[in-house]
Design a protein around this ligand. Sequence first.
Ligand code: ZN
Ligand code: ZN
Length: 190
Amino acid sequence: MSDYMELLKKAGEFHGDICGGIVMGTKLAIHGMEHMGMTPGEKDKRLIVFTEIDRCISDAILSVTRTSLGKKSLKPMGYGKFAATFVNIDTGEAIRVVDLGANKKDSEDEEPGESIEELTERIARTPGEELFKIQKVSVKIDPNDLPGKPLEIVKCAGCGEVVMDGKHHIRGGRAYCTSCFDKSYYQLLE
Ligand SMILES: [Zn+2]
Ligand SMILES: [Zn+2]
C-alpha cells in the first residue's frame, strides 16, 4: 500500500492534481506491471503500453510505467475506453487491463458522495483483481513503431517535408505524407 501511495503522489504531481482518474490509473498501471513481472515506477525497456483514452487515467499510467511518446514506448490509441495494454517486446506477452468500475457506471469510479480521500483509501486497500479485468491478448507491433533507431525516412513528394518511421504512403511510385496523401487534421489558410 505504501508503494501505491508513493506512486499516486508522483502521478498526481505529473498530472497537476490527484483526481479519480489518477487514483484508478495508478492502481491499474501497478496491477498491469506486476502481472508482467515488472516493477511499477521503474522504467523497463521491454515494456510498451497502449492507452485507450486521452483522459486523466492515462497520465497516471504514463507516470507509473515510465513510458513516453518520445521513446516510442507509449502508444495513445484514442478509443475513448478505460483500458490499457501492456506488451513485453522481448517475449511478445501482452495483457489488456480493463477498469471494471468505470464500465459499471457511466464514467467515473467514485461512489456517490465519496471524497477523493475516501476513494484513495478504498482503492489502496482493494486487491487489483477486484478492480480490473485482465485479458491475454496478442499485439502486432510494426518494426517502425518499436523504440530504437529510425528504420525508414523519406521526403514527401507533395510538401517536401520529412516523414519518419514508415508513416508515408506510396502512390504512383512516389512517397507522400499523410496530409498530402489523404485527409489532414489541418487546413492551410494561405
Ligand atoms: Zn484528472
Ligand atoms: Zn506532404
